[in-house]
Ligand binder design. Structure first.
Ligand code: E4P
Length: 217
């Protein structure tokens, strides 16, 4: 499973990139707002840090506007994936942009039927939002499983980009189901490394090591 980082925080991306685990980045208007940065400037910096796709989101509501904004965003760098919402107009923009060779991430997906339409419209990525479904007492992971089955039934090339990930457990479940990509905030990726038994084991090893009086260096 590929790891994308869901943030526009340059320091956090740089930190994770050093570990070689960043296959791409996703941003959205809320994350740009949170960064306090100019969208083009911060997106360019992200694209310079990461080789993989960097999703940058349009804000127009009509297809024509999304296409124009998407092309403007794609001028930032070669690895931009243009993010459009899963509306009828978004699907039209997706079709037009992918036909011209741009990568398109269709976002705000909350149903298998929406994901089916995005694949038919040639989306590079479909972004089903797990956490926001969980928030309204639905099971976001069920949606990932449904889309996986549908895409496999017909061998669609569209990659399932599990989004709105809130916990390390979401990452594990998305990987078990077979999402192609998971995009998570930096704190969730860090949480994947944590285990209380690792901390406990390390503490007891270090206590015993101290008793030996030895040094490695
Ligand atoms: C994905 O591309 C979105 O930016 C993101 O995953 C949304 O997550 P949220 O529901 O936690 O805001």
């Amino acid at each position: 499973m590929k790891f994308f980082v869901d943030t526009a925080d340059i320091d956090a991306i740089r930190d994770l990139a050093q570990l070689g685990i960043v296959d791409g980045v996703t941003t959205n208007p809320s994350l740009i707002m949170k960064s306090g940065r100019d969208i083009k400037e911060v997106t360019k910096e992200i694209c310079d840090l990461v080789d993989g796709p960097v999703s940058s989101e349009t804000v127009a509501l009509d297809a024509e506007g999304m296409i124009a904004e998407g092309k403007e965003l794609a001028r930032i760098a070669d690895n931009i994936a243009i993010k459009v919402p899963l509306t009828w107009e978004g699907l039209k923009a997706c079709k037009a942009l992918t036909s011209e060779g741009f990568m398109v991430n269709v976002t705000l997906c909350f149903s298998a039927n929406q994901a089916l339409l995005a694949a038919k419209a040639g989306a590079t990525f479909i972004s089903p939002f797990i956490g926001r479904l969980d928030d309204i007492n639905l099971d976001g992971m069920d949606l990932i499983a449904e889309i996986r089955q549908i895409y496999d039934n017909y061998s669609y090339d569209t990659e399932i980009l599990a989004a709105s990930i809130r916990t390390a457990n979401h990452m594990k479940q998305a990987a078990l189901i077979g999402a192609d990509v998971a995009t998570a905030p930096p704190n969730v990726i860090h949480a994947m490394a944590a285990h209380p038994l690792t901390d406990k084991g390390l503490e007891s090893f270090l206590k015993d090591w101290e008793k030996t009086g030895q040094k490695i260096l």
